[in-house]
Ligand binder design. Structure first.
Ligand code: ADP
Length: 492
């Protein structure tokens, strides 16, 4: 990785970006605050100065009177307060007549610049006081000048302007600005460091989660990231992650188990078929021996094709390719035929198979799938019932709903296993007289759900099991929009 790529990677990091957001935020905030302070301070000084200057202008009017030689200042020179005030007023002032000719002015006012007659006349004509800021060109000090019309006791009009230096105000503002500007980079650097530190602290659990996640391989799927018990978003993320791992682990386990089971399942009939074909080829002498070997090989092949069919069905239902071909069919007829078919294996196992079926029960459903569902339930009931036991099928219809009950007096299912028996590949351990793939009941559940029905199971260990399937009798218009859900939805 080049240095540039490293730097690029570094700047893309969440920690860097969070710290940068901090810095940007603080910079903008400080600039904004600085501007607000600066403006507030300037405005406050300005308005204070204006009101002070207005007061001074009124005071100056009080000390001015027109004597024999024109306007002059009148005050008690022995009164230190008065002489101080008047001296201060006289520092920056000028007087002019109505023609705009200056009659009196202070040295500082001259340095600032005697007001031009045109301005004086326009202020006198308007009668409105005016406030301006002018700069003493010699010293560079700014002055606020307040000028306006003064009428003496005899009714003579004059132009009077007095001023005050603004240098103190400006110094305060510029000192403030300088200090503030000097402080801004320090605050920015500190905020950057703080942001870097805080972001590092907030993100450190994320890094540990990422490290833990990286250690997970297909052989360590049972690994869990320890919770921090902070009750925050990260804990929720870890929890979600751990749940996902548990689910993944379960799926992996199922797939692993499934591969083993499938291999076992395929191996037995394959070995049987192969063995019997070898017998036929090498050792069988009579036609009967040949026939027997062939028949057994064929049985093995039948079992193989059953397994392959189940696997195909599974993959079709998983990918949603299995669509229902619904037609009006007589469930009663179908149940009677299936019971009939299952009499042979039931008898072979010494189990009594009985049926209670009405004359007719029309349902709008997929023939092949409904047959598969009943066969699975009947087959299981017989398979898991010992000799001398009973299996009963009951079908009832109330017009709107079909109720199919398949009950046995077999080995039963322990409460621990009962909630899982409809899961894919789930088999109750040790209860298998003849090993299955654990797919039968998940197909049953899928088929019932795809037909808009429900399936329930009740069971007592060593006493028996009862499956109850409720199916809507249905009608083409009611069920036209029904789409079968993929089998995967049943897996929790
Ligand atoms: P399998 O192919 O193993 O029979 P199923 O999905 O049909 O798979 O059944 C799942 C598990 O449910 C079986 O392993 C079996 O232990 C249990 N089971 C199903 N039906 C019955 C029943 N009628 N009586 C007792 N156990 C049953």
């Amino acid at each position: 990785m080049t240095a540039l790529q490293k730097f690029w990677g570094f700047t893309r990091g969440l920690r860097f970006r969070l710290a940068l957001s901090y810095v940007i935020f603080f910079t903008l905030l400080l600039v904004l605050l600085g501007r607000v302070f600066h403006q507030t301070l300037s405005a406050a000084f300005q308005s204070r100065m204006e009101s002070a200057l207005n007061d001074e202008w009124s005071a100056a009017k009080g000390y001015l009177r027109t004597g024999p030689e024109g306007p002059d200042w009148f005050y008690d020179a022995d009164d230190p307060d008065e002489s101080f005030t008047v001296t201060r007023l006289q520092r920056v002032y000028m007087l002019a007549d109505t023609a705009g000719h200056p009659t009196e002015w202070s040295v500082i006012y001259k340095s600032i610049g005697i007001d031009p007659p045109a301005l004086i006349q326009s202020i006198l004509a308007s009668g409105k006081p005016e406030i301006r800021v002018l700069e003493d060109r010699a010293t560079g000090i700014p002055y606020m000048i307040r000028s306006g019309l003064w009428v003496d006791h005899d009714g003579h009009k004059y132009y009077l302007a007095i001023g005050r230096a603004l240098d103190y105000n400006d110094k305060v503002i510029s000192d403030f600005t300088r200090n503030y500007v000097a402080l801004v980079p320090i605050v920015i650097v500190l905020s950057g460091l703080l942001g870097w530190f805080l972001a590092g602290r907030a993100l450190s659990p994320v890094n540990s989660v990422a490290e833990a996640a990286q250690k997970i391989t297909h052989s360590s799927l049972d690994m869990q990231i320890p919770l921090r018990h902070a009750g925050d978003e990260l804990d929720r993320l870890i929890e979600a992650f751990n749940h996902m791992m548990t689910r993944l682990n379960r799926s992996f386990e199922q797939i692993r188990q499934f591969s083993t089971d499938v291999s076992h399942e395929l191996r037995t009939p394959l070995t049987v078929a192969r063995g019997q074909l070898e017998v036929a080829l090498f050792t069988a002498e009579t036609v009967d021996q040949h026939r027997e070997a062939m028949a057994e090989a064929l049985e093995g092949i039948d079992r193989l094709s059953n397994i392959v069919r189940a696997l195909l069905l599974l993959s079709q239902s998983e990918t949603g390719q299995l669509s229902l071909q619904k037609t009006d069919l007589d469930l009663a007829d179908m149940a009677r035929d299936l019971v009939e078919e299952h009499q042979i294996p039931a008898e072979a196992q010494g189990v009594r198979l009985t049926a209670d079926i009405p004359a007719s029960a029309i349902i709008f459903a997929d023939r092949i799938q409904i047959e598969r569902m009943i066969s699975n339930l009947l087959g299981n009931a017989i398979k898991y019932t010992h000799a001398g036991g009973r299996v009963a099928l009951q079908l009832a219809s109330d017009g709107a709903q079909m109720r199919l009950v398949i009950e046995d007096t077999g080995v039963g299912i322990a409460p621990d296993h009962l909630p899982h028996i409809f899961d894919r590949f789930y088999r109750v351990p040790s209860a298998d007289p003849e090993k299955g793939l654990g797919l039968g009941l998940s197909f049953v559940a899928w088929i019932v759900k795809a037909h808009g029905g429900t399936v329930d199971v009740e069971s007592r260990l060593n006493e028996g099991t009862r499956f109850t399937v409720l199916l809507p009798a249905g009608h083409p218009t009611d069920l036209a929009a029904e789409i079968p859900a993929p089998l995967t939805e049943q897996v929790h």
